[in-house]
Write a protein that binds this ligand. Sequence first.
Ligand code: NAG
Ligand code: NAG
Ligand code: NAG
Ligand code: NAG
Ligand code: NAG
Ligand code: NAG
Ligand code: NAG
Ligand code: NAG
Length: 452
Amino acid sequence: MDTKSNPKFGFNILLLCLFLKSHISLASDTISADESLSGDQTIVSAGGVFELGFFKPGNSSNYYIGMWYSRQLVSLETIVWVANRETPVSDRFSSVLRISDGNLVLFNESNTPIWSTKLASTTTSGSAQAVLLDSGNLVLRADGSNASTSEPLWQSFDHPAHTWLPGARIGFNTVTNQTLILTSWKSSEDPAPGLFTLELDPNGSNAYLIFWNRSRQYWSSGAWDANSRIFSRVPEIRLNYIYKFSYVTNKNESYFTYSVYNPKTISRFVMHTSGQIQQLTWLEISSKWNLFWNQPRKQCEVYNLCGAFGSCNEVSTASCNCLTGFEPKSEIEWNLRAYSSGCSRITNPQYCNTAATGAKYRAPDVFQEIRFMSLPENNQSVVVGDISECGSICLNSCSCTAYAYDSSTGCSIFTGDLLNLQQLGTGERSGTTLYIRLGSALPLIKSVNANK
Ligand SMILES: *[C@@H]1O[C@H](CO)[C@@H](O)[C@H](O)[C@H]1NC(C)=O
Ligand SMILES: *[C@@H]1O[C@H](CO)[C@@H](O)[C@H](O)[C@H]1NC(C)=O
Ligand SMILES: *[C@@H]1O[C@H](CO)[C@@H](O)[C@H](O)[C@H]1NC(C)=O
Ligand SMILES: *[C@@H]1O[C@H](CO)[C@@H](O)[C@H](O)[C@H]1NC(C)=O
Ligand SMILES: *[C@@H]1O[C@H](CO)[C@@H](O)[C@H](O)[C@H]1NC(C)=O
Ligand SMILES: *[C@@H]1O[C@H](CO)[C@@H](O)[C@H](O)[C@H]1NC(C)=O
Ligand SMILES: *[C@@H]1O[C@H](CO)[C@@H](O)[C@H](O)[C@H]1NC(C)=O
Ligand SMILES: *[C@@H]1O[C@H](CO)[C@@H](O)[C@H](O)[C@H]1NC(C)=O
């Protein structure tokens, strides 16, 4: 066909392109029992604030059911909630989100359920509908129930991802043992739960805590002062400014929630992949998110941000470097600034291996000197005369990965993975010189030198 002589053909192509590019709404805020959402279809909350449908994070080839601010309000794609965080699909056109047995269920390409609201059949009366509210809450209600009088069967506000929106809660329910916590994404292209969480102090001292891998606490908001409505270590969040925080605690539950004084303010808290909690406000004039504050302030205060054998550096542009003789375990993740997988050796230590195989000649392993380091914690103190004795104890102890010697603290031996290393500036507190065991010959150095 001669396309030039047929303007209608070109017009059709244009329409087709528009069709493929933009998200097609179901023209509704609701997925009813006889409706389904697939491909580029979306639902939009009644006031046009939030939209829900399939999205693809960055250059990932995976698709997820997510919720974002409508593009009329926030022109940058900003995902606030993800349903199938750990179970993506690759073809959104043959995957479908629909009501099934009273639950909202995502079926993948082979029609296998891969995510569900998981309500027991006893709590659902058979038919239900999912409604996206202007607050950013996706609620599931029994058909015919009165929205202003009955509790929803399920709501996304009870299953937060990495974003805390006004009106949602962070806390726990002691009756159901349900915890409402924020969990970072693994990386900007993988919404699966990462290592960093924001939780309400389970001991009830009403402070926020940030944890590494749900075990190691590295930041606290400080106690809540109900009169001045601030946290002792977060004075930025003041009453009568932007947010109104409230703390609710009773026999059944304890939680924090907040609202914004000006309902036109578009604001959110995010547990970022950097391990920092961020508070962002949308600036319509410049079409960007303004970082109001983040905590902990210093990137290197995030526990073990750089993973094993990685070193955190407050002054360089990349927060993390691998130690000399090590390289990122996952180049792809490190390029996305997701460092937690850490670094692996370029050359393996030989000394202990040849000893085990009884080889005659054993070239001693080389130790790389790295100055101005803040040391890892898992040290063992050894009483020795001098630094060379300290080094030979490490060399001959096959589990020893590094040592340090200081005339006041003496000899410290480190075994296994070295976690939470930090490179200090030369002008700072001096830090300590750390000696890392490498192979028996100097390795090819490919990675960024943490020494620089
Ligand atoms: C996606 O890939 C392109 C080309 O490889 C690259 O230029 C771009 O920076 C990548 N985007 C992100 C968000 O990583
Ligand atoms: C759908 O999910 C099931 C269960 O996880 C999996 O075995 C199957 O391979 C998936 N189908 C496709 C086409 O990915
Ligand atoms: C829902 O309940 C409210 C308060 O009781 C009532 O005013 C309203 O009419 C009810 N709506 C429907 C659709 O029944
Ligand atoms: C909640 O946790 C407590 C203690 O771990 C346990 O005794 C109780 O049975 C749990 N309740 C529910 C509803 O799971
Ligand atoms: C909570 O209290 C218990 C007992 O006092 C203590 O062992 C635990 O470390 C506390 N947890 C936190 C997160 O402070
Ligand atoms: C996180 O904790 C889990 C369970 O405690 C453990 O199996 C896992 O190895 C930990 N992850 C890291 C990166 O340390
Ligand atoms: C606690 O839960 C019980 C049962 O779910 C309910 O009857 C009671 O009113 C609740 N108490 C408070 C203070 O919410
Ligand atoms: C070794 O660990 C102990 C106890 O964790 C600590 O007090 C000491 O300062 C550490 N020594 C060095 C050199 O880091």
